[in-house]
Write a new protein. Structure first.
Length: 445
């Protein structure tokens, strides 16, 4: 139990009486009466204020939290007493998480009623964590005391790749509002075998799809469209080596609160597997550092999505260089059918870049390779800022050199027919899914 400012103020009012007792000793008796009166009021406040046993607390949250997302946590406080109570809640969430509120705002809960406190947490790493207890503090009815109690509420929680984005996707699909998420509205017409319709020729349409008879009749190029093929193969290659271990945001982001590049790739791979699964495609996964760490052969169905989820949950970055040669050799040995092969990586310079080009280029045209390079907005910002001292001049030179080497590698890949995406890490998921939708709609798979 703690005393409030009101109680201390009432005690301070006794100081003039004590001071006056030096001149008039009779005031000492009055000061004593006043002191015990305040003590009596404090005791009465404790008696009439609800006791800890008259409160019930419960924490409500997803058992699977989403990596890097704002996850809602609800604390329900039930007041079973016959008096209203003004309460404050503090939750013992895992220390690694980032919360938008450390102490939840005071709320008045009516007698025999339940109040809800809401806050959001953002986990920066996948893995197993544990919530602690719930701490409740409430004011006395007379405002002289504050009572507090700790309520056992320890519970394990797992942090998975971003499932909230998938729920949001499901909702927007039902509403027909995918544009709100940054995803393209795509009609599923492509280069399958079943004829769908005729339409005007568009840029990048294949010439073999032009219907020359319809073109002659209408006096303008007309293209035949076919239903998009299903059950095509999509394989996500995840580089989990040293470069993907870096936190996004540069050295200033290494406090443990920023996602690693591999985490952005994991989130994107999960969303891609979900969207591709809805389209009837088979999705697989290969994760590698200096060796292949995980492999899931392409399969269709909801069961494959959950296998992807479990595998991506367990992936961790490694403090070693990625071995592209070994990874692509493993893939060639395990998988022969034509596939869209999406490599999530960060572009290195020198020998590593040359090795990457040499290994991915032979995949085309048997497969459709897509290299997804995660760039760090912090590096781009350094390269663009005007330096004002010697250290910043050096930083800009290094950043510009990194970007130039990156551009050379990307151009080398494009010349060899390799599709590329070079996007900021925080835009990765939308960019990858949109690219898949585009390739699917154009029948490139």
């Amino acid at each position: 139990m703690l005393l409030t400012r009101r109680a201390f103020f009432l005690f301070l009012l006794n100081v003039p009486l004590l001071a006056g007792a030096i001149i008039a000793p009779a005031l000492l008796y009055l000061a004593g009466v006043y002191f015990f009166l305040i003590l009596g009021m404090i005791f009465a406040d404790r008696v009439i204020t609800p006791a800890p046993k008259e409160f019930d607390l419960a924490r409500i949250n997803d058992s699977r939290l989403s990596l890097g997302a704002e996850n809602l946590v609800v604390i329900r406080v039930t007041n079973r007493s016959r008096r209203a109570a003004r309460v404050i809640v503090r939750d013992e969430f895992p220390a690694q998480f980032i919360a938008d509120q450390l102490v939840l705002r005071e709320q008045k809960i009516a007698p025999r009623a339940t109040g809800e406190f809401r806050y959001h947490i953002r986990p920066p790493r996948r893995g197993d964590y544990r919530f602690g207890d719930l701490n409740l503090r409430w004011r006395g009815i007379l405002g002289l005391i504050v009572r507090q109690a700790r309520f056992p509420a320890g519970a394990p929680v797992k942090v998975y790749p971003n499932l909230l984005d998938i729920r949001k996707y499901e909702l927007l699909v039902r509403k027909g509002q995918l544009a709100e998420m940054g995803l393209r509205q795509t009609r599923w017409l492509g280069s399958g075998t079943q004829f769908e319709r005729l339409r005007e020729y568009q840029f990048d349409d294949e010439f073999r799809r032009i219907d020359w008879k319809a073109t002659a009749r209408r006096g303008k190029p007309i293209t035949r469209e076919f239903e998009t093929e299903r059950s095509q193969n999509i394989i996500a290659l995840l580089d989990v080596g040293r470069l993907m271990r870096a936190p996004v945001g540069g050295p200033s982001a290494s406090s443990g609160h920023s996602l690693e590049k591999v985490d952005y790739a994991v989130n994107a791979a999960l969303m891609l597997s979900y969207v591709a699964g809805l389209r009837g495609d088979k999705v697989g996964l290969l994760a590698f550092a200096d060796n292949v760490t995980h492999y899931l052969p392409p399969k269709a169905g909801k069961g494959q999505f959950y296998r992807m989820l479990a595998t991506l949950y367990a992936i961790e970055s490694q403090p070693v260089e990625a071995d592209y040669t070994r990874a692509f050799a493993y893939l060639r040995a395990k998988h022969k059918k034509r596939s869209l092969i999406i490599l999530f990586t960060d572009l290195a310079s020198g020998l590593a870049a040359k090795t990457l080009v040499a290994q991915i280029a032979p995949l085309w045209p048997r497969h459709l390779p897509l290299l997804v390079a995660l760039n760090d907005p912090a590096v781009v910002a350094i390269a663009r800022v005007m330096p004002n001292d010697s250290p910043s001049v050096y930083e800009r030179m290094v950043a510009e050199q990194l970007l130039d080497e990156r551009a050379v590698t990307l151009e080398s890949l494009r010349r060899r027919g390799i599709l590329t995406l070079d996007v900021p890490a925080n835009q990765l998921t939308i960019a990858v899914v949109n690219k898949y939708l585009e390739l699917k709609a154009r029948g490139k798979l």
